[in-house]
Design a protein around this ligand. Structure first.
Ligand SMILES: O=C(O)CCC(=O)C(=O)O
Length: 259
């Protein structure tokens, strides 16, 4: 029972799976070259990392391989479908789980300052996460993502005593995938990284897409150099509008998609 989707536009069947499970899995998205380039970029970004688990944001400003995945054609059409073409890149986190380490922590995405669960039930879609696996996770204990299908619709939280558990629930799914696969999931999904008992570091590259008025979380502002040199589409996805004093009063310019 895997919510497997195909690269490209969201089909009605995929949309139903996404709404029911809270996530989709798209296999074989990246080419070997893209995996290698993005992995090398991730290692450069984490060159000084000493923690066993760490995430570093806005790597797209300096690393072209990371920039190139912002609007990947396998994934972006599904983001467009879920947000009706109105969204920004709220953050992009490069996450490492070091060799022979674990940092289980079941959580929903959102803001600890003011949880999304205070807004409404069911939880609205506010952070749609596309997670690219950059290292092999084709068997368990490779830093895989662990997900609880349908948990974005649960009116009660995962019990506190399960938040550090490897087996938090009999209905959890320990995602097995090769490097180059993408998990696309709703902020309400209860999830956690699995420990990594391999002798190599596990890397994931996460892109978080949000409605245009959600504040960026990996940067206070996008680098001017990046905005200058990137494509019109990526510039628009940064959400740096011309009228920062009143960016939504008169609406925002449409995102220049090709179609
Ligand atoms: O890549 C990982 O280790 C998981 C990241 C994660 O769950 C998160 O940042 O919310």
């Amino acid at each position: 029972m895997l919510p497997i989707a195909q690269p490209g536009p969201m089909t009605d069947d995929e949309r139903f799976m996404f709404e029911s499970f809270g996530y989709l899995m798209i296999e074989d998205v990246l080419t070997d070259q893209e995996i290698e380039d993005t992995l090398e970029a991730s290692k450069r970004i984490h060159a000084d990392t000493t923690e066993v688990w760490r995430q570093i944001g806005k790597g797209f400003e300096t690393e072209s391989a990371i920039e190139n995945l912002i609007d990947h054609p396998a994934v972006l059409p599904k983001v467009r479908a879920l947000y009706s073409d109105q969204f920004v890149l709220q953050s992009a986190w490069c996450t490492v789980q070091k060799a022979n380490s674990g940092s289980i922590g079941w959580h929903q995405d959102g803001s600890g300052m003011y949880q999304f669960s205070k807004l409404s039930y069911p939880l609205p879609l506010l952070q749609l996460r596309a997670s690219y696996s950059l290292t092999d996770q084709s068997h368990e204990m490779m830093g895989n993502m662990m997900m609880i299908p349908g948990s974005h619709r649960s009116p009660v939280p995962l019990p506190e005593h399960q938040r550090k558990a490897l087996k938090a629930s009999p209905i959890q799914h320990n995602v097995l995938c090769k490097a180059g696969a993408v998990l696309l999931f709703h902020n309400g999904m209860w999830h956690s990284p699995m420990p990594n008992d391999q002798d190599f570091d596990r890397y994931n590259m996460h892109y978080i897409y949000s409605p245009p008025w959600v504040r960026r979380s990996d940067r206070f502002e996008t680098s001017a150099e990046f905005l200058e040199r990137t494509t019109p589409l990526r510039r628009a996805l940064m959400g740096e509008y011309d009228r920062p004093d009143a960016p939504f009063g008169g609406g925002a310019p449409p995102i220049p998609f090709d179609d």
